[in-house]
Design a protein around this ligand. Structure first.
Ligand code: ADP
Ligand code: MG
Length: 404
């Protein structure tokens, strides 16, 4: 077999198709034992450009050109960089229904063709609906195909960056992120107000995007609703595909059944019904309640049901006493009367039921229990000073307490 050297190889390519020469720039070209080796560290370069080049070689050069994937340096030992993934999350364990069908389809497409279909993919929706699950499922899928993947919450990303700056390792930090095939950034709303982090991420984003590496983002809100995030980042976030994730009743039912099976609990209609009623539209809450059943039996969620019922009564009676509707206490009505009645209801919920602050917050239509803590404190303090208030609240406590 005739030996091939670099010069001969180049002349050959030029004759076949000049555009092939530009593909060569992706490789380190070496001559070894009469063969030409095209060497790269990047699996995707090997697959995409390497295959194309090989496909164009005529019979005469078959077997004389080889594409080599060079193992990574010391650290990796040929293993791909995979960080922040938990094997618990997969596409198979994700229950698909109307509210999350688009998300799961798009996520699968991205996992199968990273960097090629939707870049970036931005998933948003409220808590406990499976955003992190989908990000992780994409990550696990790609890692199993040998790609390098980093999963980070925006908060961890930011802390890691600060640490890298402090210890003079910011270049290493940048290089590591830029070089991965897939970057999953979760809870992007926490980039809010972190300017330096945003600049750093913007640069990594651009670099990855230009090199057709995949970026997937998740957030509790649409990119345009993000606060204190630079316009240029928001426009990047919107530049690929943005999908909302929701939970509809039918899917919720399916999830409940699946989770009961996973914990080897019997799927009885009455338990499923109870769970449909007693849990909010939040899969984390559903999982927690089902684990509660596993540990403490069904009576446990019945107690929770009684508490929910009692909370509703406390809110109703308090509203009626002040000539308001229960909705007035749940909404954001700012009149003095409504906000005072709302705080009294919080206080009474705490005194008269054994519901947790979180349960009270939920019953009062609040996302966060800190408003409940604040409301209760206000009433406690003012009752010390204001005898009239103290009198009203004590009366209500007795009156409502007798009726629970
Ligand atoms: P988010 O990131 O949107 O707040 P997560 O992805 O953390 O929500 O989901 C909360 C929990 O619910 C996780 O344990 C996740 O596995 C589970 N979960 C969410 N959606 C689904 C689904 N469609 N099918 C199965 N499990 C789900
Ligand atoms: Mg999450």
């Amino acid at each position: 077999m005739e030996k091939l050297n670099i010069k001969g190889f180049l002349t050959y390519l030029e004759r076949v198709d000049r555009s092939l020469l530009s593909l060569l720039s992706h490789f380190r070209v070496e001559e070894r034992n009469g063969k030409i080796l095209l060497i790269t560290e990047d699996r995707r370069v090997k697959e995409e450009y390497g295959e194309k080049l090989l496909g164009c070689l005529g019979n005469g050069l078959m077997g004389k050109v080889e594409i080599l994937l060079e193992e990574e340096g010391e650290e990796g030992q040929g293993e791909n960089l995979v960080e922040g993934l938990s094997g618990r999350f997969s596409f198979d364990s994700f229950v698909v229904g109307e509210g999350n069908r688009l998300d799961s389809e798009v996520a699968r497409e991205v996992a199968e063709n990273p960097g090629r279909v939707y870049n970036p993919l931005f998933i948003y929706g409220s808590v406990g609906l499976g955003k992190t699950h989908l990000l992780q499922a994409i990550g696990n899928f790609c890692a199993s195909k040998g790609m390098s993947v980093i999963y980070r919450s925006a908060t961890d990303f930011s802390e890691e960056m600060v640490e890298a700056i402090k210890s003079g390792k910011i270049k290493g930090f940048r290089d590591r992120y830029r070089s991965v095939d897939l970057l999953l950034l979760d809870d992007v709303q926490f980039l809010s107000g972190k300017e330096r982090t945003q600049v750093e991420f913007f640069n990594i984003f651009n670099h990855m995007f230009l090199n057709e590496r995949q970026i997937v983002l998740a957030s509790d809100r649409h990119p345009r609703e993000l606060r204190d995030v630079s316009d240029r980042l928001i426009s990047r976030f919107e530049g690929g595909v943005v999908v909302e994730i929701c939970l509809d009743e039918v899917t919720k039912l399916e999830i409940i059944k699946r989770k009961l099976q996973e914990l080897k609990l019997e799927v009885q209609d009455r338990i499923v019904e109870l769970l449909m009623e007693q849990t909010s539209n939040n899969v984390r809450d559903i999982e927690g309640t089902i684990r509660g059943i596993k540990l403490k039996g069904v009576s446990h969620i019945k107690e929770k049901g009684k508490r929910t019922n009692d909370l509703e009564k406390v809110i109703l009676y308090t509203a009626v006493h002040f000539g308001l509707k229960p909705e007035d206490l749940l909404g954001n009505k700012r009149s003095r009367k409504a906000s005072r009645a709302r705080q009294i209801a919080m206080y009474l919920c705490r005194r008269l039921t054994d519901a947790s602050l979180i349960e009270i917050a939920r019953a009062m239509g609040r996302k966060d229990h800190s408003t409940v803590i604040h409301g209760i404190k206000r009433i406690e303090e003012e009752m010390k000073r204001d005898r009239k208030l103290s009198h009203i609240v004590s009366f209500l406590e007795k009156h409502i307490g007798d009726r629970l």
